[in-house]
Design a binder for this molecule. Sequence first.
Ligand SMILES: [Zn+2]
Ligand SMILES: [Zn+2]
Length: 442
Amino acid sequence: MMVYADLHIHSLYSTGTSSKMTLENIDRYGEMKGLNLIGTGDFTHPKWLRELKEKLVEVEGTNLYRFKKRKSNVHYMITGEISTNFEYENVIKRIHNLLLVPNFEVVDQLLDVLREYGDLSLNGRPELEITASEFVEIAKSTDQRVEIIPCHIWTSHFSVLGQKGFNSVRECYEDQTKNLLALETGLSADPKMCWRVKELDQFPLVSNSDSHSPYPHRLGREANVLEVKELTFGSVIEAIRKRRREEFKMTIEVPPEYGKYHYTGHRKDRRYLIGGIWRTHEVDVCLHPKEAIKLNNICPICRKTMTIGVLQRVEELANRPEGYTPPNYISFVHLIPLSEILMYVENTSSPVVKKIWEKYVSLIHSFGNEYNVMLNVPREELAKIAGPKVAEAIIKVRFGQVRYEPGFDGVYGKIIFKTEKDKQKDLHFKGLKGQTKLTDFS
Ligand SMILES: [Zn+2]
Ligand SMILES: [Zn+2]
């Protein structure tokens, strides 16, 4: 069976998360998106854990769960994100790790151990005073079936290879590197960018949404497509670990430019020097790595070090040329959330206004779920339901014929749909995106 899995999300108990991030909403919107496996997120939080134990029921013998109240197709894997905070060469490192846990008995054993390193009730994504390598060792020794995935590995903050992280996975996880299941590429990077660093060949690359909101423009915006005989915790883990193309079909990625940390910059910089006087205009500084390096990474407005984007960080650590493809690579496809495409076409300010939502729902009712709309439904069929403009936009996204204004320093990138005049550029652009290919999705 085909599995569309988003294993990293957060509950309403994580800081900065929507109060709508309830199991009811995750189940409803996850199904509309086309996900059939979702990580619960935040299992370490006492209130969320109580809810999970009350509202989920195990699918007999699978170590995966279903929501008792609804008869949806969505299965749940128990997951949570932990920040490991530790000193390394006199600097505090904060590294985020995704934990995948087979069942609630193992959860209870793990919590007994993790509690010693920090207060688990403060945040759905707790901060623990422990090194990343010790953390992996402890998690694995609690139960060998527990899996650990370093999260959004390139983001400027809180990641193993980002600006504030390390220069290699090994440097951070030491002898526990061998116990990592995979690496999560994060929204601002895609597998192609990771292929430029030789060290990363040893790890499967997974993609998850890290969603803080249940709406389908956030949930499942990145995901993993697997094909397994039977859907169980073990079969999903093995499909990721072995990364055979018959089982690990592809990952769904937002274009890396869309992510919040693609370019280097400073957002809404307030200190603005004009004629020797500090003014409080808000200025966005968003730079390509080449420009940032020319400036020594110093912000031209406030003169502090800018937030180094993922593109620049990859360039710093790359030991292979752009365009290199490792022999055992897994395919991926770039997609933009459907409700955001509708927002651009209809020119509204938000993807959740009534007008957009009605159109979204009519497409989902006609074609089952969002992934099917985005990946498979022919243009004429789409046009019948949502009109020719929407159909055209979906097809353009599907075939990578869209440009993006890159995200930077916590600001999402924006889509730029092209006009007829840009057709020649389209061809060139498609050439640059040569690695992206669609896998048969039936
Ligand atoms: Zn994180
Ligand atoms: Zn997260």
